[in-house]
Design a protein around this ligand. Structure first.
Ligand SMILES: Cc1cc2nc3c(=O)[nH]c(=O)nc-3n(C[C@H](O)[C@H](O)[C@H](O)COP(=O)(O)OP(=O)(O)OC[C@H]3O[C@@H](n4cnc5c(N)ncnc54)[C@H](O)[C@@H]3O)c2cc1C
Length: 266
């Protein structure tokens, strides 16, 4: 069946009834590829695109709330550097016009560029079901490639990020556009000096580099502290070797990107 709910309540009621037999459809850029490759089987589609108000971006003091249906193209225009730059690197214009934040997080790819930028912006995500809503740190959403902590009746409603931070995002790929990342990293610094760092393609999930963050929190952004933070970030990474690059290369680039990001945030 193909369901087209027109409200969040209707979507949640359907998901509660169908559980794992119902699959949300947003932009379809991941889901349709999975179906075509016969990696994903869908019994019932729950198309979210008719739900009004889920594609908005709202400012709430020093936080920005981004609805699950917000597209990468819309976020390219935001003034938050790491977020805008990450969104700008996703696929080509057609993919960015269709692909959504909810879909990016629902896919839970370790190569999700925007997931890494959001982690570096200290993101929380709002999760809903007919049982109520809960908020968790985005870094805790992912449990493995393609797997999240969402229960079969739950849906991502929005992501909230720090909007008052200086931030940056760097991606290494085989070419400049329409390229899956080899390694990417993002970081932000809060007005009180707290630094958040996200890493991608160096672990089974988009990773928050907590050891590196703690080191910078204690020792600041001196050359020595940055060097040690880059080493710590590298130690937190557990990349694989594949046809795109070796684990050694990914680990080395992880340190390089963290060093470059932190120097830029001083
Ligand atoms: C050619 C191509 C190039 C790409 N390039 C990049 C790239 O460079 N960088 C990058 O990061 N990604 C890239 N992608 C991946 C993709 O575009 C993104 O992950 C996109 O954000 C997925 O969003 P969507 O709305 O299309 O998700 P969909 O395909 O509709 O859904 C993806 C998954 O999320 C679930 N889901 C959707 N919405 C919700 C919700 N609200 N709550 C819970 N679960 C939900 C769905 O059930 C499904 O399991 C590329 C894809 C293609 C096809």
């Amino acid at each position: 069946m193909f369901y087209r709910p027109e409200s969040i309540d209707e979507a949640l009621a359907l998901k509660s009834r169908l559980g794992a037999h119902g699959t949300f459809l947003a932009g379809g850029t991941d889901l349709v590829v999975g179906i075509r490759k016969e990696k994903t089987r869908v019994e019932h589609f729950i198309d979210l695109t008719r739900i009004a108000g889920l594609d908005g971006v709202y400012r709430d003091r020093d936080r920005l709330r981004i609805g699950a249906l917000c597209t990468h193209a819309a976020l390219e225009r935001e003034a938050i550097t790491a977020l805008a730059d990450a969104c700008e690197t996703v696929g080509g214009p057609q993919i960015r016009n269709l692909g959504t934040i909810g879909g990016q997080l629902g896919t839970a790819s370790p190569a999700g560029d925007v997931s890494v930028a959001l982690i570096a912006l200290d993101a929380d995500c709002e999760i809903a079901s007919v049982r109520g809503t809960r908020t968790i740190a985005l870094a805790d959403l992912f449990v493995g490639p393609g797997r999240t902590v969402l229960s079969p009746d739950e849906m991502l409603l929005s992501v909230s990020i720090a909007a008052d931070r200086k931030s940056a995002f760097y991606k290494i790929g085989k070419r400049d556009a329409v390229a899956i990342s080899l390694v990417m990293a993002a970081a932000s610094v809060a007005p009180d000096g707290a630094v958040s760092i996200g890493l991608g393609c160096v672990a089974p999930v988009p990773l928050r580099a907590r050891l590196a963050e703690a080191h910078v929190r204690e020792h600041g952004l001196s050359d020595d502290a940055i060097e040690r933070a880059a080493e710590l970030a590298m130690s937190e990474a557990s990349p694989i070797s594949d046809h795109r690059g070796s684990a050694e290369y990914r680990r080395a680039m992880c340190a390089t990107l963290v060093r470059r990001l932190l120097r830029g945030l001083r």
